[in-house]
Design a protein around this ligand. Structure first.
Ligand SMILES: N[C@@H](CCC(=O)N[C@@H](CS)C(=O)NCC(=O)O)C(=O)O
Length: 297
């Protein structure tokens, strides 16, 4: 019997170049209406099409079907965006977990066309950012209706309640109280886990992950904190992403081992397109955590 040749059903093209081979253009091809787009590099000069294994972040945008070219971070030499055009802008850094929360929220509500991403290079920050946009000089910040707001947990709620798209939080009742309780635990969770980074003892971190494992068992209609995907998952995801990679690399500690709810949560999160595109390069994350938390060892 002849092996059927896959016929592409959809081709995304022209979304940027691939870092190591700039003559290749990123394209993604879907081989059925339900399949994940598969990444290829296309060289118009060589008339060559080949599968890609190492892809840039820009390309991941294409591969998730979001079709968004991620802008290059602005630096000290970049001019400020026009502040009088009424556009809604989300100022982020691609590596900041707090900014990542807001970026995920924007993506998951399908607001890619409504909220413009403005990435900032935090190591070479434009002076206008502090002077004209957001005096605390941090990311994230959201410019909306000529006002600028900050603080990631406030911003994810603000975007959820002020913009169109699926609601990502319960509006009342015990679910809302539980969501608030979990959101207010995020800072303690972060501090507890990172406090165990330096020594050999990961007991503190274990306790924090055990707590997450327990709260994830409260709802049985889905793998997420409130059963269904919500702002709570978005608030934790950037940190659990970093902790998982760092603890595995440095301490050979698998946070999902013996914690089936947490393992299922991580797997489910990794299937959320609006989150996937925001994930940083794992190697770079681990290296930056090593520089930050193990510098004096
Ligand atoms: N509590 C803030 C924290 C934001 C934050 O610390 N952002 C970091 C980047 S990850 C930042 O902008 N740092 C620049 C600085 O402190 O100068 C939030 O939740 O939004």
């Amino acid at each position: 019997m002849a092996i059927p040749t896959p016929i592409p059903t959809r081709v995304f093209s022209g979304f940027g170049t691939i870092t190591p081979e700039p003559h290749f253009t990123c394209i993604a091809i879907k081989f059925s209406s339900t399949s994940t787009p598969f990444p290829f590099g296309f060289s118009p000069n060589k008339l060559q099409l080949r599968p890609l294994l190492n892809t840039t972040r820009n390309f991941c945008a294409v591969a998730t079907g979001v079709q968004e070219v991620l802008p290059t971070p602005l630096t000290s030499t970049s001019p400020p965006p026009s502040m009088v055009d009424g556009a809604t802008r989300l100022y982020i850094s691609y590596t900041c977990p707090y900014a990542q929360r807001v970026w995920i929220t924007r993506n998951c509500k399908g607001l890619q066309d409504k909220i413009q991403l403005v990435p900032i290079d935090l190591k070479d920050r434009p002076s206008w950012y502090k002077d004209k946009v957001y005096p605390p000089n941090k990311v994230p910040a959201l410019e909306h209706k000529n006002e600028v707001r900050g603080e990631s947990l406030d911003l994810i709620k603000y975007i959820d309640s002020h913009f169109e798209g699926p609601s990502l939080s319960p509006s009342s009742g015990p679910d809302m109280e539980f969501a608030e309780e979990l959101l207010s635990y995020t800072d303690t969770f972060y501090k507890t886990v990172v406090s165990s980074f330096k020594g050999d003892d990961v007991t503190e971190a274990c306790t924090a992950f055990d707590y997450i494992e327990t709260v994830l068992s409260k709802y049985d209609d889905g793998p997420f904190f409130l059963g269904q995907f919500s702002l709570v998952d978005i608030a934790y995801a950037p940190f659990i992403e970093r902790f998982q990679l760092f603890l595995m690399d440095v301490k050979n500690y698998d946070i999902g081992f013996g914690r089936p709810n947490l393992a299922a949560w991580m797997e489910a999160m990794n299937n959320i397109d609006g989150y996937k595109i925001t994930r940083s390069n794992p190697k770079e994350l681990v290296e930056s955590y090593k520089r930050r938390f193990l510098a004096n060892i």
